[in-house]
Ligand binder design. Sequence first.
Ligand SMILES: [Zn+2]
Length: 168
Amino acid sequence: MIKIHPNIPELPLTPQAWDWLREYGVTLKVRDPHSTSGGGFWWPERKLVELFTAQEEAAIHELAHAWWHERRLQGTNAAELIVAVVKLSEETDPRYARAAELAKQYVYGIRSQRDPKSPTGWWRGMLVEGNDWEMFAGLASGSMGHLERLPEYVRRFYRGLFDEPTSA
Ligand SMILES: [Zn+2]
């Protein structure tokens, strides 16, 4: 657990991960530290994590983007993550039910969610576009950085970023 900003609750990030991010050049900006409504951006060219508010979930999401930015380019990491998310979409272990539900949406999309930019008119998910970066950040915030909510074959991508489960 680590405190990265006075208004953001402690995050389940390892101190080593936060050190790495800062050495890599990442800076953090919180637009409205008195709100927790969420939202934010990762600006790769500026290495800036910009949070609209002090919401924990958004902080985890955008920091995960920053963390994955270099790692996704190493070897076959990006493709391996996508394969793991496809596998997660078929996971039946009830401990990982929430993560599996998110993975299903990433892989198959959401037919009830309109998307004017999509050729089908509905959101087709992330698999068709090979969007490993949003899969990575989405599962990070979807699990709120709790590695025990992810099966080992997905958890391994977050090792070093988030604290190891204490009781599992
Ligand atoms: Zn994102």
